[in-house]
Design a protein around this ligand. Sequence first.
Ligand code: NAD
Ligand code: 0WE
Length: 267
Amino acid sequence: MAFLKDKRILIVGVASKLSIASGIAQAMHEQGAQLAFTYQNDKLKARLEEYSLEWGSSPDLCFPCDVADDAQIEAVFSESGLKKHWDSLDGIVHAVGFAPRDQINGDFTEVTTREGFKIAHDISTYSFIALAKASRSLMAGRNGCLLTLTYLGANSTMPNYNVMGVAKAGLEASVRWLAHSLGPTGTRVNAVSAGPIKTLAASAIGGFKKLLKQNALRAPLRRNVTQYEVGHVAAFLCSDLASGITGEVTYVDAGFRNVTASEAEVE
Ligand code: NAD
Ligand code: 0WE
């Protein structure tokens, strides 16, 4: 059953085949979705255009979008952007997160700066609201869905995630506020909280391998999750099968978030 047949979905956040957004694109393509994409900068353009063909889309449906820039966000949804090809939009996947490197390494109180806080919140949190704002008219009145990617650091502490955890808490609250705001227009707003996955953003982090190992040991399923597993849940949440779900955070983390202590860790 292709449960995204005839759905038009914009995916923001493909940087490589390892990106969570790529697992989502793959799963959504398999469910019959029509896909469009944005890329952060010219360095990523050629690669994304190549992937777009594999996911049944085309380079015509790949648009530049640095989410720090309102003009670029506006352009994506303009007459020279998506509107040139599509007269409506059913979903947006926001899989973008960023903090300056010095913010996510070391003690929270010591390393967090006003500027670092600002950037983390601008790119990781406000950008979701900005996309909701700019797509409002294209999405309205058609069971649309906005989806973002979050992480457990929104609720629980751990070494190094730092201000990203604060930004993700703001992102999860934004999911609830956007759900309240856009519900009357038919648009649902949700998040998937993924367990740790080795992507470009993640491999840049010191000790990530150890974190993956610890998570797999503690998680009820005794393993980590894949981009593709996150993709299936994202596809479900953006489909009419999830028509009653809005303002929610769904965990795709092999059960990790419920566990306080695990026998697997005792020597
Ligand atoms: P990734 O590096 O593949 O993707 C991050 C994306 O953010 C890239 O496509 C990058 O181009 C984009 N980006 C950063 N700054 C941008 C800007 N200014 N404008 C436009 N795009 C920008 O890494 P990923 O792990 O797939 O991350 C995707 C999302 O998943 C993020 O929100 C991340 O916080 C979240 N997440 C990741 C994990 C994990 O362990 N990898 C776990 C839970 C949640
Ligand atoms: O959200 C993320 C990663 C976010 C991220 C990654 C980078 C690396 C490159 C944000 N900003 C940057 N900035 C860079 O310069 N994750 C959920 C993956 C992640 O990141 C961690 C984690 C996990 C898990 C950082 C510390 C501890 C755990």
